[in-house]
Design a protein around this ligand. Structure first.
Ligand SMILES: [Zn+2]
Ligand SMILES: [Zn+2]
Length: 348
């Protein structure tokens, strides 16, 4: 039995469509008929060779939702027909990190759509432990795309020990920021400041209840300080990946504040230990990926409408190489919140 897949065959070249065998599952696996697969900025990096993929050809796609087609004999929490979304980190379950629920550090961890075949296909095989059931109230498209940037935004808030009443400054209002703002509100937060230089994003953040801080007009740290009567915020999230904004995130903290750094950069950041960190007992926290244990809370936020991706923020393409390559091309300079999701035509 064969299926259609859109695969990276050669780095730097467009993805190619091919017919490959439907994967055979082991006793701990499930086979999912893919109903939606998000096209992510990481996929642009894989295609371009910026993030290296060892084994080619490979079906990309780490933001996956669909219906369970087949269940391995050892998988007890799922049945054929269930709607599921996929946690993209496949881990061993038995190393020193996995047993503590810290699977992002698993020594033999694999990422779906990077180290093993992903969701740009009609079917995907994943370990049963990576599949989480969700109800009809969440569209497949949302179930797919929330498993990357939304899950990481939630992990960042958890790592920063974000709690009800806390104020927050969000640096960068792309996909992560869009989710982080909604999740912060779902936590019943205090004031939300969104720091951006893009006017359209500032307008969008304000329309979602944030106080827009235009970093082009004046120092954003001064602006946050002024808006908080000199105190600063409890939590700052840096989602851009720049040493400058990371430093700003730390500087706008109040005493006992936590800065969670999510954006990636190879630049070094300077901090004056005494005046900027120690005497405030401030914390700088690194954030990497997210955890399977956080997925149920994410599903619940999507189910009760606290995490939303309105239809105008989603664009659907078919499981078609030309359409997917065009979406990857467009993603590089995308400045809006439109996310492209592959919906194989048999599921439309
Ligand atoms: Zn992604
Ligand atoms: Zn492990």
């Amino acid at each position: 039995m064969e299926m259609r897949a859109v695969r990276l065959v050669q780095v730097g070249k467009p993805l190619e469509e091919s017919d490959i065998p439907i994967p055979e599952i082991g006793s701990s696996d499930i086979l999912i008929r893919v109903a939606a697969a998000g096209i992510c900025h990481s996929d642009v990096h894989y295609r371009a060779g910026i993030s290296k993929i060892d084994r080619l050809p490979l079906s990309l796609g780490h933001e996956v939702a669909g219906r369970v087609k087949e269940v391995g004999s050892d998988v007890t929490h799922l049945s054929a027909g269930d709607r599921v979304c996929v946690h993209y980190l496949v881990s061993c379950g038995s190393c020193e990190f996995c047993v503590r629920g810290l699977e992002q550090f698993c020594r033999s961890g694999q990422m779906i759509g990077k180290h093993r075949d992903g969701g740009y296909a009609e079917f995907i095989k994943v370990p049963g432990a990576n599949a989480f059931p969700f109800s009809n109230e969440i569209p497949f498209e949302v179930g797919a795309i929330m498993m990357c940037s939304s899950a990481t935004a939630l992990h960042a808030l958890n790592k920063a020990r974000f709690k009800a009443g806390d104020s927050i400054a969000i640096f960068g209002f792309g996909g992560l920021g869009f989710s982080a703002l909604q999740l912060a509100r779902a936590f019943d937060c205090g004031e939300i400041y969104v720091v951006e230089i893009n006017p359209a994003k500032l307008v969008s953040a304000a329309s979602m209840g944030a106080i827009a801080i235009d970093a082009r007009s004046a120092d954003p740290v001064e602006q946050v300080k002024e808006a908080t009567a000199g105190k600063g915020v409890d939590v700052a999230l840096e989602l851009i990946g720049s040493a400058k904004t990371m430093r700003q995130a730390v500087l706008c903290l109040r005493p006992l504040g936590r800065a969670a750094l999510v954006g990636l950069t190879a630049e070094s950041m300077s901090i004056l230990p005494y005046t900027e960190l120690i005497n405030k007992e401030a914390e700088i926290i690194g954030v990497s990926d997210h955890l399977a244990t956080e997925v149920p809370a994410l599903i619940e936020f999507a189910r009760n409408g606290k995490l939303r991706f309105p239809p105008e923020t989603l664009r659907v393409v078919d499981l078609d190489a030309a359409q997917i390559n065009a979406a990857l091309d467009a993603l590089e300079d995308s400045i809006d919140h439109v996310r492209t999701v592959i919906v194989p035509s048999s599921d439309k």
